[in-house]
Write a protein that binds this ligand. Structure first.
Ligand SMILES: *Cc1c(COP(=O)(O)O)cnc(C)c1O
Length: 357
């Protein structure tokens, strides 16, 4: 009974993830999973790891995975932190860096978990509106007209808009806030954004967070990582080792390492998604939709004559799931994950029947 809950738990408003219905034949375009499966080498590594060795604890620091990530981004192992999905990494980062006297800054339209972590840990925060075209304005993060930041988090490309900031803009935020950790959540960067990982050597306040859930097609494995200055990583390790020594199991470590090492498969699979996204955006526009410019594996679109919630419901009745948010400024949009070409074709046919009956 809730009377047994700690007082702060009574007021929590947890994050609500997209639905995962267990229904066959559903066209599932609601949670930005990759349209194509994971690397066959990753699956083989998971099979190999399914052995009597599961009797043992996994490597608590995930050294092989850290080395694979470090090698791919031109870093050393001490600049990499690994966690149980990037939500876990983000949570630890909020606790490690953002419990400051000065507020954490983030955009009004961004990943819904950020305000939840703030509430959980009582983190002071200041919400910065995106502009009329749903873009993040870098000037707003440089201390003009807003409080001096105790920390900054930017999803780049942003969710749920898909709009990416160029690297020069990220660099301006870093230069303007040398006293604050600037966390760039790059969950979608591999679908057309520019990674800030190349700036890590120059900015000790930069933390870049990635997930294997989207571009590596391993949402079911739960692996994410952070890259940054060794001192930032050491802070994350301290907190992680005060919560859970083994956040990644042996299968996750094996599969994730093999996935990171299989760059050829990864590049080709992401290119395919980018091509389908271009086709999907063009088709939506020809049906009269406004489509925000996406650098992610989803598009965010609205129709001038059709309500967002009604469109999502129309699609749901035809066994196509997309995401609709009943939030201020974006309640007329639907967010559509870029599926396979067949799935996108079915989606377009269903929308055609709705907008040109
Ligand atoms: C999907 C997503 C995540 C979470 O990824 P997991 O690794 O699956 O926990 C984090 N940030 C953003 C912006 C996302 O869209």
């Amino acid at each position: 009974m809730s009377q047994f809950w700690s007082p702060s738990v009574r007021d929590l408003e947890p994050y609500v993830p997209g639905e995962q219905p267990q229904i066959d034949q559903l066209i599932k375009l609601n949670t930005n999973e990759h349209a194509i499966g994971p690397s066959p080498r990753a699956l083989e590594a998971i099979r190999q790891a399914t052995s009597e060795r599961l009797r043992l604890y996994p490597d608590p620091s995930g050294v092989r995975l850290k080395e694979a990530v470090a090698k791919r981004y031109g870093l050393v192992r001490e600049q990499v932190f690994v966690g149980n999905g990037s939500d876990d990494v983000l949570h630890l980062a909020f606790f490690t860096f953002f419990r400051q006297a000065r507020p954490l800054l983030f955009s009004d339209l961004t990943y819904g978990f950020y305000p939840v972590f703030c509430q959980l840990h009582g983190i002071a925060h200041h919400v910065v509106p995106v502009d009329a075209s749903f873009r993040i304005r870098v000037e707003d993060y440089l201390g003009q007209g807003h409080p001096q930041a105790g920390g900054i988090i930017i999803a780049n490309p942003n969710a749920p808009t898909g709009i990416a900031l160029p690297l020069q803009d990220i660099e301006r935020v870093l230069v303007g806030n040398p006293e604050a950790v600037v966390l760039i959540d790059e969950a979608y960067v591999d679908f057309g954004g520019q990674s800030a990982a190349t700036l890590i050597e120059r900015y000790p306040n930069l933390l870049v967070v990635h997930t294997l859930s989207k571009s590596r097609a391993l949402a079911g494995l739960r692996v994410g990582y952070a890259m940054g200055n060794a001192k930032l990583i050491e802070g994350l390790e301290r907190v992680k080792n005060s919560v859970n020594s083994y956040p990644l199991d042996q299968l996750a470590l094996a599969g994730a390492t093999a996935a990171i090492e299989d760059d050829a498969y990864f590049e080709a699979a992401c290119q395919q998604v980018i091509q389908t996204r271009q086709w999907l955006s063009t088709e939506l526009e020809s049906l009269g939709f406004e489509v925000l410019p996406s650098s992610a594996n989803f598009v965010f679109a609205r129709h001038p004559e059709h309500d967002g919630a009604a469109l999502a419901q129309w699609l749901r009745e035809r066994a196509i799931l997309v995401r609709h948010f009943s939030y201020h400024r974006i309640d007329q949009f639907i967010r559509i994950t870029v599926g396979t070409s067949d799935q996108c074709e079915s989606l377009i046919q269903a929308l055609k029947a709705c907008v040109n009956p």
